[in-house]
Design a binder for this molecule. Structure first.
Ligand code: ADP
Ligand code: TRP
Length: 321
C-alpha cells in the first residue's frame, strides 16, 4: 500500500500543524510505503520569493526529520525534484473541465479574501492530482480543508481511465482526519498562520513562554473554581501533559485557589518537555550540513524511479509514445 502526502513550505511549523498533519504522517509511515514530499511548486502559487522559498523548504525538511520522519522507511523528497509531475499535470489539464476547478472552495476563498489569482492558483488542484497519481498512491492522509481537492483527484483519475483505458491511473482513497480536534490558538480560535495566533513548535524558550502567557483566559479570581469547558489553556495542556498531570490540573481548576498564571506556567513546562526530544534532534540535524541534502537527494532518486515507471505507462496510454 502506498501512502502519500505533501506539506507546503510556508513558514514556521506550529502546534496545529504538528498535531493535525506532521504527527499523523509520522505515525502512518509504519503502515505502508510512505511517500512524503515538500510541496514547493504549490507554495509558489501564493508567494514568489526565492530566498524565502529556499529557506522554508530547508526548514520544513529539518522539522519533518526532527519530528520523526524516518528516511529509511519513508521516501522523502521535494516536489520539484521530480519534474515529471508537471508533465502529468498537463495531461490531466487536458481532460479537466473548467467547472471542476471553478467550484473549488480554497480558490474561491482566496479570491474572496482579495488575492489576485494567478493561473497556477486556479490550476492548483490539477497539480495536486498529478502529485498523487504520479506515484500510484492508494491512501492520501490530509486535513479536512483538502477534502475537495481529493475529490477532484478522484474525478480526474476516473476520467483518465474512461478516456484512455482502465488501469491508466490508480484511484486513490483519502484518509480525512475528521477527528483531529482542531488545535486552538492563543486567542481560542483555530490555530493558524492567517490568524496570527500560533505557538511555534521550535523556537527560543523565553519568547515561547511569553507567547503562552498571552493566552486569553477569563477574569475568575484566584480563589474561585475555574471553568474547565472551553478553556484554551486546558485544551493545549491536554496535548502535552502526562495523564496524571492533566487530572491534577482539572482538579486544581475545580477546587479554586490557583490562578491562570500558575496554569500557564504548567502549560509552558509541559509544552517545553514534550518537544524536547524533537528540539534536540533538530539541533543535531541542523548542525550536520550535508544530511538534509543527502536525504532529499536519495528520496528524489527513489521518487523519480517510481514516477518514471508510471509516466511511461501513461505516455503510452495517451499516445505520446
Ligand atoms: P495554517 O492554517 O497555519 O496556514 P496550513 O493550512 O498550512 O496551516 O496547514 C498545514 C497542515 O496543518 C494541514 O494539513 C492542516 O489541516 C493542518 N492544520 C493547520 N492548522 C491546524 C489546527 N489548528 N489544528 C489541526 N490541524 C491543523
Ligand atoms: N495542498 C496541500 C496543502 O495545502 C499540500 C499538497 C500538495 C498535498 N500536493 C499534495 C497533500 C498531494 C496531499 C497530496 O496542505
Amino acid at each position: 500500500m502506498r501512502i502519500l502526502t505533501g506539506l507546503q513550505p510556508s513558514g514556521k511549523l506550529h502546534v496545529g500543524n504538528y498535531f493535525g498533519a506532521m504527527e499523523p504522517a509520522v505515525r502512518l509511515q509504519d503502515e505502508g510505503e510512505a511517500f512524503y514530499f515538500i510541496a514547493d511548486y504549490h507554495a509558489m502559487t501564493s508567494s514568489q520569493d526565492p530566498k524565502a522559498l529556499r529557506e522554508n523548504v530547508r526548514e520544513l525538511a529539518i522539522d519533518f526529520l526532527a519530528c520523526g520522519l524516518d528516511p529509511k522507511r519513508a521516501v522523502f523528497f521535494r516536489q520539484s525534484a521530480v519534474p515529471e509531475v508537471n508533465e502529468l499535470a498537463w495531461i490531466l489539464s487536458t481532460i479537466c473541465p473548467m467547472g471542476l476547478l471553478s467550484k473549488c472552495h480554497s480558490y474561491k476563498d482566496k479570491v474572496a479574501n482579495g488575492i489576485s489569482p494567478n493561473h497556477a492558483l486556479f490550476a492548483y488542484p490539477v497539480l495536486m492530482a498529478a502529485d498523487i497519481l504520479l506515484y500510484d498512491s492508494n491512501k492520501v492522509p490530509v486535513g479536512k480543508d483538502q477534502k475537495q481537492h481529493l475529490e477532484v483527484t478522484r474525478d480526474l483519475a476516473v476520467k483518465l481511465n474512461e478516456t484512455y483505458g482502465e488501469g491508466t491511473a490508480v484511484i486513490p482513497d483519502p484518509i480525512i482526519r475528521e477527528d483531529t480536534a482542531v488545535v486552538a490558538g492563543l486567542d481560542g480560535q483555530k490555530m493558524s498562520k492567517s490568524y496570527n495566533n500560533t505557538l511555534p513548535i521550535f523556537g527560543e524558550e523565553k519568547s515561547l513562554k511569553k507567547l503562552i502567557m498571552k493566552i486569553i483566559s477569563d477574569s475568575t479570581p484566584v480563589e474561585d473554581p475555574k471553568p474547565t469547558e472551553g478553556s484554551t489553556i486546558l485544551s493545549l495542556y491536554k496535548l502535552f501533559a502526562r495523564e496524571g498531570d492533566y487530572a491534577t490540573m482539572i482538579a486544581d481548576h475545580e477546587s479554586g485557589g490557583f490562578g491562570y498564571g500558575d496554569f500557564k506556567k504548567r502549560l509552558a513546562e509541559a509544552y517545553w518537555d514534550y518537544f524536547a526530544p524533537m528540539r534536540a534532534r533538530r539541533e543535531e540535524i541542523s548542525a550536520d550540513h550535508g544530511y538534509v541534502d543527502e536525504v532529499l537527494a536519495a528520496g528524489a532518486l527513489r521518487a523519480r524511479e517510481e514516477a518514471g515507471m508510471v509516466m511511461s505507462r501513461i505516455r503510452s496510454a495517451v499516445g505520446l509514445r
